[in-house]
Design a protein around this ligand. Structure first.
Ligand code: HQG
Length: 188
């Protein structure tokens, strides 16, 4: 399938699985999984997706630079990014010692005052490495800011962390006291 079709399908999957499963009449389990057949049937009702096949979704997953979805045992889910009212249950896990968060310079004052908030999503999204954080931040600001989070200290003090995928970590809220450093990324 063509790149444009793949990208559009990826966005459609994100929308259905993260933000609006009811528009597709999907029955989502506690971890955010829905039966792939249910999703395909819903997509087939739309003219644009009438021919989409499970193999196309497999191709979206295989060729994506980010690990956004899991397709396993006839079920598909988004690993992170949810905004629906039902809070998706994520696996609690000990984080690496340090995590990063890429954001916009214009959010810094508010972040210093209130800590990292999930905003429109269910969880705060943190990155395993600075490069990933930089690309996340660039979605909000051409010259993004990378915050360094002392995840070990937070974990030791009882803050819960959850696994999104290998590069994306989740938390309910990150107190500003755990932001120990930050960089403004002037290079690409
Ligand atoms: C900011 C993408 C003001 C926060 C990415 C961020 C990620 C605050 C923005 C995933 C704040 C929310 C999520 C506070 C946090 N005051 N602003 N107190 N606390 N913020 O898009 O983390 O491509 O909802 O810094 O790669 O940017 O979709 O979250 O800038 O993994 O798969 O509020 O989505 O993945 O923005 O991105 P977002 P995010 P996909």
């Amino acid at each position: 399938i063509k790149m444009n079709y793949r990208d559009a399908l990826s966005k459609e999957l994100s929308y259905a699985l993260r933000h609006a499963p009811w528009e597709y009449e999907l029955e989502m389990d506690a971890e955010g999984r829905v039966p792939i057949d249910q999703l395909l049937n819903a997509l087939h009702r739309e003219e644009h997706w009438k021919d989409v096949q499970e193999a196309d979704i497999q191709e979206v997953i295989a060729k994506s630079e980010k690990k956004r979805f899991e397709l396993k045992d006839g079920m598909i889910r988004a690993f992170y990014g949810h905004s629906i009212p039902m809070k998706i249950v994520k696996e609690e896990k000990m984080p690496p010692k340090v995590l990063y968060h890429g954001t916009a310079r214009r959010f810094l004052d508010s972040i210093k005052a209130k800590g990292l908030l999930p905003q429109s999503r269910q969880y705060v999204h943190l990155s395993q490495d600075m490069e990933t954080a930089k690309s996340v931040g660039r979605r909000h600001d051409g010259t993004p800011c990378i915050l360094v989070i002392d995840a070990k200290k937070a974990w030791d003090e009882g803050v819960k962390f959850y696994l999104g995928n290998e590069k994306v970590w989740l938390a309910d809220w990150v107190d500003a006291k755990y932001i120990v450093d930050y960089y403004i990324s002037t290079t690409s």
